[in-house]
Ligand binder design. Sequence first.
Ligand code: TA6
Length: 313
Amino acid sequence: MASAKPPVEHCKGINGLDKVVLREARGSSAEVYLYGGQVTSWKNIHGEEMLFVSSKAIFKPPKAIRGGIPICFPQFGSHGTLEEHGFARNRVWSIDTNPPPFPANSASNTFIDLILKPSDEDFKIWPHSYEFRLRVALAPGGDLMLTSRIRNTSTDGKPFSFTFAYHTYFSISDISEVRVEGLETLDYLDNLKEKERFTEQGDAITFESEVDKIYLSTPTKIAILDHEKKRTFVLRKDGLPDAVVWNPWDRKAKALADFGDDEYKHMLCVEAAAIEKPITLKPGEEWKGRQELSTVPSSYCSGQLDPQKVLQG
Ligand code: TA6
């Protein structure tokens, strides 16, 4: 009898990079590369992939993996002097063998704990001592939870500030058929217009051209409705007040070497983030930022489930 695969398996991935596969008893699964501390796969109990990874993604340091859930730390985008999106996404993380206890009610026993600490090289570009602990967990129903705990461990009394995002690439059927609910009427910074501030119109966000917006002080729940797949992604977030919405559309897609020309039609980034107000930690202080992804099997036009109910439920 074929042995059931272990719930947590350490193995080699693309280019021999170390990865961890999480398998939940009811069939959902996730894959996390130690390179970047990056989730690169999340499958539901039917084995369907929920995240987008480009067919041209480069699994080779120092290039960040194009897809899944890259982690932007200690800087989001070009909001600072470091490289785009900081350096956590192109560092090799370690398995955290002795994580501080997690709140008892964290309902999952299928998880992996990773840790990132500054190297001497990192210290030269960002002279701060920290411990970044990341737990990636699968809930019994297949929800994917990411919990980041960042602690200022400096002994020189110096505080530090950072910005942050879970740069999640959702796999979708057709970008022109997708709606995002929960960000209506909010203020946003438009990255395509020198980060100028605007207020979102309308009732739901739809897509017909390149979008690169940072929504400010959003609700803790955002819904991404994929009509064709009759699937609604629900993103719940905690400690992450902002949300970025990004689709490169055709021109930017062609300009990205690690992205297929037509792949913009099948991905959408909706990113739980802390950008507008950087997080500042004094020595000994710890910040926690959590994101929970789940899916509900229906969409607006099916009339079965009104997304507002999802957002209010
Ligand atoms: O999150 C949106 C964004 O900041 C866009 O401006 C775009 O640059 C995207 O991230 C991808 O960035 P990357 O550095 O991964 O090419």
